[in-house]
Design a protein around this ligand. Structure first.
Ligand SMILES: O=C(O)CCC(=O)C(=O)O
Length: 296
């Protein structure tokens, strides 16, 4: 099949875009999980969360969107059909729909805490801020490291990406650049781009809108796949990731959430009462300019 990744149309699966590797067989073996995380830069678990709870949350979110007139009238709510020229609904944050009990039942599920407590070897905490997204037609996420958005605390912070529904590649799913977290060929990138802070440096956060440029310049391998309600993917602050473009007329619903060891420093922007990103709309320095300075 063909998918759109940045501005390029690519075959999947292919040498450019391989399939995500599932890590379910490693659950319970902490050493093996750490070594796979190092090797691949991510851990994909199928059927990790209670599917019925994820589907219930999907319904709750879409009903909320319908009430905001964000869906096409007369279409099945559960399909999340966007109107022509459809607009999204802001749903990220510390309150509102992202904190509806049905949604929190998924995003703060005991299985997630149990996983991270074993993985960290100590208590885990999650940020109250939830990055709940409804991604519309022709929208996508450019390639980036999460550290540029949340790097003021522990570097043992991890992202969990939770699809709210069965999502196929044409709806825009998350892709990982395998090896981008540890290959020597990425060291210049980690030491330049990987040290910025979007709020301190007033710079845009995506390294590129053309993810294939990453592997062409630095190596690694893009991997992607379909996701089903209940699946999750976990990755660290230095794994380059991006999404395929949503080519459908249905919103892609997903949420990214964060977990870290409870004893380690927390980025103050994302604590309870923290102000989040405080420079949105003021990041005037373009990545193109910054990259010229870094010589990459
Ligand atoms: O859902 C997306 O499109 C982007 C998610 C993301 O970048 C993240 O989980 O850090």
């Amino acid at each position: 099949m063909k998918i759109k990744f940045g501005h390029r149309t690519l075959d999947y699966p292919s040498a450019d875009l391989k399939e995500l590797r599932e890590a379910n067989d490693l659950l319970g073996d902490v050493e093996a999980l750490h070594s796979r995380m190092h090797e691949d830069g991510y851990l994909l678990f199928r059927d990790f969360l209670d599917r019925d709870k994820v589907l219930q949350a999907r319904q709750t979110i879409l009903t909320h969107m319908q009430e905001q007139d964000a869906l096409t009238p007369g279409t099945p709510v559960l399909e999340g059909v966007m109107p022509a020229g459809g607009r999204g609904v802001g749903m990220m944050g510390r309150k509102g729909i992202a904190h509806h009990p049905d949604v929190l039942a998924v995003l703060e599920a005991p299985e997630l805490y149990q996983f991270f407590e074993t993985y960290f070897g100590e208590s885990a905490l999650t940020y109250p801020y939830k990055w709940l997204r409804a991604v519309g037609n022709e929208q996508y996420t450019g390639a980036h490291y999460d550290v540029v958005y949340m790097g003021r605390g522990t570097k043992r912070l991890h992202t969990v990406w939770v699809p709210f529904g069965d999502l196929n590649l044409e709806q825009g799913t998350l892709a990982m650049c395998q090896g981008s977290n540890h290959l020597d060929s990425f060291s210049r990138l980690r030491d330049t781009y990987g040290r910025i802070d979007v709020d301190r440096d007033l710079i845009e956060g995506w390294f590129t809108r053309d993810p294939m440029e990453i592997v062409e310049k630095f190596g690694g391998q893009w991997v992607i796949g379909d996701y089903r309600a209940g699946d999750i993917i976990i990755f660290g602050m230095y794994t380059m990731h991006a999404s395929s473009t949503n080519l459908t007329n249905c919103f892609r619903l997903s949420c990214d959430i964060r977990f870290q060891p409870a004893s380690e420093p927390i980025d103050e922007r994302w604590k309870a009462g923290g102000e989040g990103h405080y420079t949105v709309g003021q990041r005037f320095r373009s990545m193109v300019e910054a990259r010229k300075d870094w010589g990459i």
